[in-house]
Ligand binder design. Structure first.
Ligand SMILES: *Cc1c(COP(=O)(O)O)cnc(C)c1O
Length: 378
């Protein structure tokens, strides 16, 4: 079935006890054993498994076309569980502009673990290929990337990795693309990660993460064990909210993509804007690859204001409809000066503003940006 149908039906079941169409939230931490001392209903204790979590995992696996999924308490909990599955001395290849939290996980949480990491420009297949080593075990991809919206060619990464050895697993952080616009597992990638906090939850009201796999493999199995005994589980209500958000995911994401395209075109033509990073624009270096592996270009874009840091901060300050806040994927549009949140060692240009385009009317979004950009002397 098509993704709109799976988004509404996968993992949903009529409650056998009451006939409730919308799932009850199962707050019980523990489940009854039979007289024979087994668990005929399949649930034991809510850290191990819970009906709301299982429903969400069924739906996530279906949306990505995977064989199995694990719902976590946050996107970074997924990254933590995966990195924890590596051995001291193992090597990771990751993008040089990877989501900054992953660098923190590898460098600060696992700093003493003895892992080797190469951060490379994954838009260059030569640079990527040269980074693979005999001890490489994990290739981390993020496309589109944050905040420059760089596009990585997923089928090529999957093929080059497979050639390099059967022990290397590929993982794609598909948070910006969502399962609606891009299907990494179909491109040959082994596993997909999402921060469900963003588009899947879709309403800026629940933190969560997901790991979906195409096939059974040691890192996936370790991630499940790491969750079960490490305890990074989402609450039943978190799972319920995320699944509720997924009902409308395909429609939201397509509307946000249409809005973002119009906003990107407006910005590209504006004299106060130096550069727009949006893969839907033919001027974007990853446009051709994006057009092949994505069905639309998503709701995220960034742009560089003429005049650098001060001008960018002034534009953000002048916005009245766009909300100044981090994160993305909700119904409201957000604007953020990334460099100041990423700190002094950031690689993000100081004049860059990242926006998450919401579900407002594009005319209103463009009018707000137009009046805010009028603060920039050109
Ligand atoms: C937000 C985000 C994460 C981290 O997810 P949390 O749910 O905040 O832990 C990882 N990757 C990307 C691309 C993100 O945008």
């Amino acid at each position: 079935m098509k993704i709109e149908t799976r988004a509404v039906h996968a993992g949903r079941h009529i409650d056998p006890a009451t006939g409730a169409v919308t799932a009850p939230i199962h707050l019980s931490t523990t489940f009854e054993r039979s007289k024979e001392a087994d668990y005929p209903r399949g649930f034991i204790y809510s850290r191990d498994d819970n009906p709301n979590r299982r429903a969400l995992e069924e739906c996530l696996a279906s949306l990505e076309g995977g064989t199995d999924a694990i719902a976590f308490s946050s996107g970074l909990a997924v990254a933590t569980a995966l990195v924890q599955g590596l051995q001291p001395g193992d090597h990771i290849v990751a993008p040089d502009d990877v989501y900054w939290g992953l660098r923190k996980v590898i460098g600060e949480v696992f700093g003493k673990w003895g892992l080797e990491t190469s951060y490379v420009d994954m838009t260059s297949m030569d640079e990527f290929h040269a980074a693979l080593r005999p001890n490489t075990r994990l290739v981390w991809v993020e496309t589109p990337s944050n905040p420059l919206m760089k596009i990585t060619n997923l089928p090529t990464i999957a093929a080059l990795t497979r050639q390099a050895g059967p022990d290397i697993l590929t993982v794609c952080d598909g948070t910006f693309a969502t399962p609606v616009l891009q299907q990494p597992l179909d491109c040959g990638i082994d596993m997909v990660v999402h921060s469900t906090t963003k588009y899947l939850g879709g309403h800026s009201d629940v933190i969560g993460g997901a790991l979906i796999t195409r096939h059974a493999n040691p890192l996936f199995e370790h991630a499940r064990k790491s969750q079960k005994f490490g305890g990074s589980v989402p609450s039943p209500f978190d799972c319920w909210l995320t699944l509720r958000g997924i009902d409308t995911l395909p429609w939201r994401v397509r509307a946000q993509s249409e809005n973002a395209m119009r906003v990107a075109q407006f910005l590209e033509a504006h004299a106060a804007v130096e550069k727009v990073h949006y893969p839907g624009l033919p001027s974007h270096p990853g446009h051709k690859v994006a057009a092949r592996q994505m069905s639309a270009f998503g709701g995220m874009l960034s742009f560089e204001v003429r005049g650098g840091r001060a001008a960018a901060l002034a534009v953000a300050a002048a916005c009245e409809l766009f909300i100044r806040a981090t994160s993305l994927g909700g119904g409201h549009s957000l604007i953020e000066h990334r460099a100041s949140i990423e700190g002094p060692d950031t690689r993000t240009p100081q004049g860059l503003l990242r926006v998450s385009i919401g579900l407002e009317h594009t005319d209103d979004l463009i009018a707000d940006l137009a009046q805010a950009l009028a603060t920039v002397p050109v």
